[in-house]
Ligand binder design. Structure first.
Ligand SMILES: C[S@@+](CC[C@H](N)C(=O)[O-])C[C@H]1O[C@@H](n2cnc3c(N)ncnc32)[C@H](O)[C@@H]1O
Length: 244
């Protein structure tokens, strides 16, 4: 594990937005660097602007672990009527997973129910005492445990101390408070974010997973050429590794 950044292990936060996931990892003790295709002036850590799927392979391998939150609009219920009308959203989940598998690093991919996640754990705001439900799936090559507190959102309703973050039913301030987000963020960024409590919880597990992972054997990783082929046809790698 690398020991740069005040002796902290380094986490690459792909599709970082304004840092909902990144802040949780930082709280868990990671030195976080984010990547997003658009400028993120509210992102609180080192930020690189660029296409997460076109990152230099060597740069990727300079990190100890990777988190990825590819866009969810291709899978989430809120966009289902738009999709039925023929609007097409970027479908990056499998491509992202192929890149992370090829890196050989410990990883977590976050997305919504309805995405092509496999063997994921589902987190809910009620597991963390938050004022949102916000179910999200987390798939990893490190074994992830659920929190001790089970999801109880089926017993609660929006309005009974809980808010929805998307749409006009709650203000940005209410949404941010419900999510546990206390830094400057726009409404659009908030709608895309996850509560930092989720990744603070998972970040500790990822850290022990990363510490216990056998030293990655460079020779066993796909070459850059092979990785480029995999990016174009991510399912080929997933089939080979029985991860699909
Ligand atoms: C679901 S949001 C991420 C939210 C973030 N994890 C958080 O908790 O605040 C997805 C982000 O992916 C970014 N994005 C979309 N396509 C991208 C690409 N090809 N490379 C990098 N970022 C991309 C979007 O700009 C958006 O900020």
């Amino acid at each position: 594990m690398s020991t740069q950044g005040a002796n902290k292990p380094r986490l690459l936060d792909l599709f970082c937005g304004a840092g909902g996931a990144g802040v949780g990892y930082a709280r868990a003790g990671w030195d976080v660097t984010g990547v997003d295709v658009i400028d993120q002036p509210d992102y609180p850590f080192t930020f690189w602007r660029g296409d997460a799927l076109a990152l230099d392979y060597e740069k990727l391998l300079s990190f100890d672990a990777i988190h990825a939150s590819p866009p969810c609009q291709a899978y989430c219920t809120i966009t289902s009527s738009a999709r039925k009308r023929g609007i097409v959203y970027p479908d990056l989940y499998l491509k992202t997973k192929a890149m992370l598998v090829a890196s050989g690093l410990p990883y977590i991919i976050e997305n919504v129910p309805g995405s092509p996640s496999r063997n994921a754990i589902k987190l809910c705001g009620t597991m963390f005492g938050l004022g949102v439900f916000r179910h999200r799936l987390f798939e990893s090559n490190v074994r992830l445990q659920l929190p001790a507190t089970a999801c109880t959102c089926y017993k609660n309703r929006i309005g009974d101390g809980f808010v929805t973050v998307a749409g006009s039913k709650s203000t940005k301030a209410d949404g941010a408070q419900g999510m546990g987000i206390d830094w400057h963020i726009t409404k659009a960024q908030l709608v895309e974010a996850i509560p930092p409590a989720y990744t603070e919880f998972l970040g500790c597990q990822l850290m022990s997973g990363a510490a216990n992972a056998p030293a990655a054997n460079q020779d066993e990783r796909p070459s850059l050429k092979e990785t480029t082929r995999i990016y174009r046809d991510p399912r080929s790698l997933l089939m080979q590794t029985s991860l699909w």
